[in-house]
Design a protein around this ligand. Sequence first.
Ligand SMILES: Nc1ncnc2c1ncn2[C@@H]1O[C@H](COP(=O)(O)OP(=O)(O)OP(=O)(O)O)[C@@H](O)[C@H]1O
Length: 481
Amino acid sequence: MYKQIVKEDELNLIFRNTTNEIFVADGQGICIQVNPECEKNLGIDAASLIGTNVKDLVSRGLFTNSTTLKVLEEKKPVSLIQETSIGQKLYATGIPVFAENGEISRVISTSINITEILKFQEKVQRMELMLDDYNKELASIKKTIKFNQGEIIASSHHMKRVYEMLEMITQVDSTILLLGESGVGKSEIAHWIHKRSNRSNKKLIEVNCAAIPSNLFESELFGYEPGAFSGALSSGKRGLALEADKGTLFLDEIGELSLELQSKILQFIQSKSFRKVGGNKTEKSDVRIITATNRNLEQMVNKGKFREDLYYRLSVIPIKIPPLRERKEDLIALIFLILDNLNISYDKKYTFSNTTIQSLLNHQWPGNIRELKNTIERICVTSKDEYIDLDKSSLIKYLYFNNSDYINEEIPRRSSIDNDESITNEIFSLENDMSLKDRVKWFEYEIVNRYYKKYKSTQQVAEVLKTSQSTISRKLNQVEN
Ligand SMILES: Nc1ncnc2c1ncn2[C@@H]1O[C@H](COP(=O)(O)OP(=O)(O)OP(=O)(O)O)[C@@H](O)[C@H]1O
């Protein structure tokens, strides 16, 4: 049988080279031996420790919680955590060695340095707390992300006020005027109001005043009698106002109506009655009216472009929906909502990196929610991976809307312009007094108009020119009104 003989110098070698600290004291608690690891942990050399009572070392503040003292007191093995004066944290175990007389002759303490482990543990705890905070934040975002189930995203101060107002007015029948830039969500809000009103079991009829040509507007809205005009259906037409009876009539882009049509609308709002085109019978329709515009109606009233009496009738409850750039707090919720909806529609799991979210948050979104939604959709559907990591400069190529799409000022009428060629000449002429801004607007109008002549549909032009139908209608109307 192999008999293991360990020589003393070999034991010494092990004692000196172990990475665990070894501290040996006698039965009185006087230090009699330490290894180099102990010198390292305490920041003091062996000579200053050996021969000193542990009580003195503790009272000098060299370390806290002495295993030696505890073992001497309890006469059994103990384990505890110590901290040394140089900031090391040790997990120490002390073991008593008994002499034949039953007294403790030695206390052997070994320790492992757990400073780094504790730091790591602290880091993990901090991360867990952060994760907890993120989860809470996410839960609160998810609470507001319920637009489809009937909630409006209102994390920002501005939108909270709008939301409070909306909640107050859903049950009353007052006329509402929704104001705000293109794409802020006016139509969505009109639908939201209807769904919450006591008319929700009836229809909401949406009429885009800019999309229906002026000459057809009256017959579309109020209907017509058989044979009322050439090309009319022989059965006549009921009209949208009657379709909306007991429900809601939503007149979008009300600022685009001609003065003549404005008077017809005023008459209808005042009396809730109308006559079909070609008819002489008075029809009644009980509708709640919601209107919306991205125009400055007050300014239009001052310029004589909008009837003052109609303006006052419509703005019984005016609600201004702030642009996205003024409600950054809603942006994050909208990003996640749009992404969620997209994932549902395309059965995908698109996720955005922090950089992508930050780039989206930093953009001003002149086209508001519509621009945000289109951009997110473009980013996702053109991405090879479901995990999308996009920085600010890469975001630019997904933004196809241009600020001028959202400006609603009018172009001054130039009566001298009557054909394509003279328009182009005038725009580029060095002789006239037109400002650069007006020339750009005329130029835009020209492009849109030429496409309109070709396609005869604002919807198709919008698709070709990659913008919204309302933008196209507005640009056409800027000069035609
Ligand atoms: N809170 C919302 N959550 C998700 N999508 C929204 C929200 N609000 C609006 N949208 C989306 O943004 C787009 C623009 O909204 P909407 O048509 O309601 O704007 P608008 O202010 O009526 O614009 P315009 O003046 O051009 O008619 C739509 O696609 C709509 O579905």
